[in-house]
Ligand binder design. Structure first.
Ligand SMILES: [Zn+2]
Length: 155
């Protein structure tokens, strides 16, 4: 890559990663606290992506349910390329704990009977949701749970 970019993931060679995976993508230290940002990659870049309604519902559920398991979630937000999410935590660099947090959160998604806050009062595009789509994405990710810590292609 020619030039070092400001954004950590712009310096990541997306042709070399092996999705699904979860990796620490950034760390910002304040005066007292440190924010850890994780790249939760569901789909192989430039090979697959999540459809918007399922992705959007998954975002609502991960944002809501993850906080039932962790009290220091700063943010859960989808990538614009629709291949994954960023999860930011404050003062938590326990990688295995993050894997367990994502696992528990996705298990909640499979149990959900409705998408939280998918209405015009609480969401900016309430018509674009799919519970089934989100559950299909979550199921596929959970089936590959043992691959999450392998970030790069080995061969
Ligand atoms: Zn929404």
């Amino acid at each position: 890559m020619a030039e070092k970019m400001n954004v950590e993931s712009f310096n990541l060679d997306h042709t070399k990663v092996d999705a699904p995976y979860i990796r620490l993508a950034g760390k910002v230290e304040g005066t007292q606290d440190t924010i850890y940002k994780y790249d939760i990659r569901f789909c192989q870049p430039n090979k697959a992506h999540m459809d918007m309604p399922g992705l959007h519902s998954l975002e609502h559920m991960m944002a809501e349910f993850s906080r039932n398991h962790h009290d220091r979630v700063v943010d859960v937000s989808p990538m614009g390329c629709q291949t994954g999410f960023y999860l930011s935590l404050i003062n938590d660099d326990d990688y295995e704990g993050v894997l367990r947090l994502v696992e528990k959160t996705l298990e909640d998604v499979l149990q959900a009977e409705e998408v939280p806050a998918c209405n015009e009062l609480q969401c900016g595009w309430a018509a674009s949701h799919s519970l089934e789509g989100a559950q299909e994405i979550a199921r596929g990710m959970l089936e590959k749970r043992n691959e999450w810590s392998t970030i790069f292609q080995t061969a």
